[in-house]
Design a protein around this ligand. Structure first.
Ligand code: SF4
Ligand code: SF4
Length: 405
């Protein structure tokens, strides 16, 4: 019998379930519902309404008087599909007139679904990989620096200095997915060029825990989180820099909350570090010849973390480019389809969302579509290939590295 444990919800979230006015504004803006309109359960409004009903059935006045009603198993299953077919892009939160923190609410719903045992099967594999292999791909974690093998020369920082001012946290995708090796390679090139005192953790780096947190399995991430924080503290670093927005968000906003203590160092996204290096006059760029460049805001960097301007400052520091925004940008930016573990739950849906975003990039006539996330660049590059859109998709770090003077 499916029951509902409310321990995943904060008091505020329980109030938010009642605060929803059913205005439907969020439905217009939901990128996954736009591609899968047959599944009403995806919409924020329906997810909230469903859980509100579950709460009433189990904890409402009638439940108190006459006993809790068991939850309808089919309703729980449908709710699970809707909740995991969500990229956690947070767009619904931006447009909600009563300011419901929807993304956090969806994660709490996922936690409840995990407890009920109603979640996509591939998440079990993900949990096992992160907790036993310490990365999302199940590779040997000792191979974390494999991306550095074809650098012309392996710098001291990549060999792993014991003490440094900056720890560069590469992240699982940059470490193990060949398509993304160019991002850490570019970061290293940029930091070397600017004379940054940095190191990497090598096999001591473990998954940041983000994929488990958003899967609703956050409790299982605590061990890797503790390990990562201790590994950085040992280096005496003043800064932890991540080029993955999800790692960045997790380090900056989730770690202190989960551990209940300050980290003792500052967390920066790679674009914030590069923006600072440009301001200090430590990086200079070769000019381009009037090429149009556009930028895709990663959800976890923009909406979720509020970092909008540093990547734009970096891009527009390259002389001679014409920077053009896409139709949806900043807090209204359309998701790339790669977030929220949706690729694991529904690959076709993830691809459909990416296809819509690439059509917005095409409208700008940009030669370069930049993002600041390995996952966004991967999903958008795939969409460009599928749709035969002639645009070069790359990470801001790669763009910067190739323009270094
Ligand atoms: S977070 Fe994004 S995908 Fe999920 S319900 Fe909100 S708008 Fe839709
Ligand atoms: S926009 Fe907010 S209040 Fe309106 S239906 Fe969506 S979640 Fe409810």
């Amino acid at each position: 019998m499916a029951t509902l444990n409310l321990s995943s919800y904060t008091v505020r979230q329980l109030m938010e379930l009642d605060a929803c006015t059913r205005c439907g504004e969020c439905i217009e803006w939901c990128p996954t519902f736009a591609e899968k309109q047959e599944l009403d359960a995806i919409t924020p409004l329906r997810k909230i309404e469903t859980v509100r009903n579950f709460v009433r059935q189990q904890y409402g006045v009638w439940a108190i008087l006459f006993g809790a009603k068991p939850l309808d198993e089919e309703a729980v299953k449908t709710h699970s599909v809707g909740t995991y077919d969500c990229t956690l892009c947070g767009r619904c939160s931006v447009v909600c007139p009563v300011h419901i923190d929807t993304r956090a609410l969806w994660i709490s719903m996922r936690e409840t679904l995990v407890e009920q045992g109603v979640y996509p099967e591939p998440l079990d594999h993900l949990r096992e990989m992160v907790t036993t292999r310490y990365n999302i791909s199940g590779d040997d974690n000792a191979e974390r620096l494999i991306w550095s093998q074809n650098l012309p020369e392996v710098p001291e920082g990549v060999k792993g200095k014991e003490q440094a001012e900056v720890v560069y946290f590469v992240g699982c995708v940059g470490s193990f997915y060949p398509q993304s090796y160019g991002i850490p390679q570019s970061m290293v090139e940029i930091m070397e060029h600017a004379g940054v005192d940095y190191t990497v953790l090598g096999e001591e780096e473990r998954c940041c825990g983000f994929p488990l947190i958003i899967a609703g399995m956050g409790d299982e991430a605590v061990e890797v989180i503790r390990h990562n924080v201790e590994a950085v503290r040992k280096t005496g670093a003043r800064y932890l820099v991540a080029s993955c927005p999800s790692c960045y968000h997790t380090w900056k906003h989730e770690y202190p909350h989960i551990l209940g203590e300050e980290l003792g160092f500052e967390v920066l996204h790679s674009t914030e570090l590069i923006d600072g290096l440009i301001s200090e006059g430590r990086l200079h760029f070769k000019p381009m010849r009037g090429e149009i460049v556009t930028y895709h805001d990663p959800c976890d960097l923009g909406r979720t973390s509020g970092v909008y301007e540093p990547p734009r400052n970096v891009i527009t520091s390259v002389p001679g480019i014409e920077f053009v925004e896409m139709r949806d940008h900043h807090e209204y930016s359309l998701c790339c389809g790669g977030g929220g573990d949706v690729e694991m739950a529904d690959k076709a849906l993830s691809a459909a969302v990416a296809d819509r975003r690439i059509s917005q990039a095409k409208e700008t006539q940009a030669k370069y579509l930049l993002s600041a996330c390995q996952q966004c660049t991967r999903t958008l590059a795939g969409a460009a290939r599928r749709n035969k859109v002639r645009v070069r998709v790359m990470d801001v770090t790669q763009f910067v590295a190739r323009q270094l003077e």
